[in-house]
Design a protein around this ligand. Structure first.
Ligand code: SF4
Ligand code: SF4
Length: 116
């Protein structure tokens, strides 16, 4: 497959040499150190237009989110489990159609990182 700048792709589409050069990251091991302050009333992530998602061939949001916030519902629509978001920002740049509205959670909510 010949890729051009701006093409959507998933990790399995990358050449084998590139895939093998990626660092092994065990997200689950990192997640146990996080603390979540969930905003039950308001999502900080929104799909702008589900019709755009329906036309999105590769749906890379199903792959690039490290904690699988995005999933495909039984109705074929993208579902957003914003409560699990670790605020990495990938969906601000990963959606090829800029179809995800991304803001930080309201003050007092979101994820807290502990170091050390
Ligand atoms: S959110 Fe973006 S990447 Fe995901 S299906 Fe919709 S248009 Fe595609
Ligand atoms: S900011 Fe990161 S963790 Fe949150 S939904 Fe987007 S890709 Fe997933």
């Amino acid at each position: 497959m010949v890729m051009k700048k701006g093409d959507a792709f998933t990790a399995k589409d990358l050449p084998q040499a590139v895939r093998e050069s990626l660092p092994a990251v065990y997200v689950d091991d990192l997640l146990v150190s996080l603390k979540y302050f969930i905003d039950e009333k308001q999502s900080h992530l929104k799909i702008k237009d589900h019709a755009v998602c329906a036309r999105c061939q590769y749906k890379p949001c199903l792959d690039f989110c490290p904690v699988s916030v995005y999933s495909l519902g039984h109705d074929g629509k993208i579902q957003v489990a914003y409560q699990a978001c670790v605020e990495c920002g990938s969906c601000r740049v990963g959606c090829p159609y800029q179809n995800i509205e991304w803001t930080l959670p309201r003050g007092g909510f979101g994820v807290a990182y502990k170091f050390g």
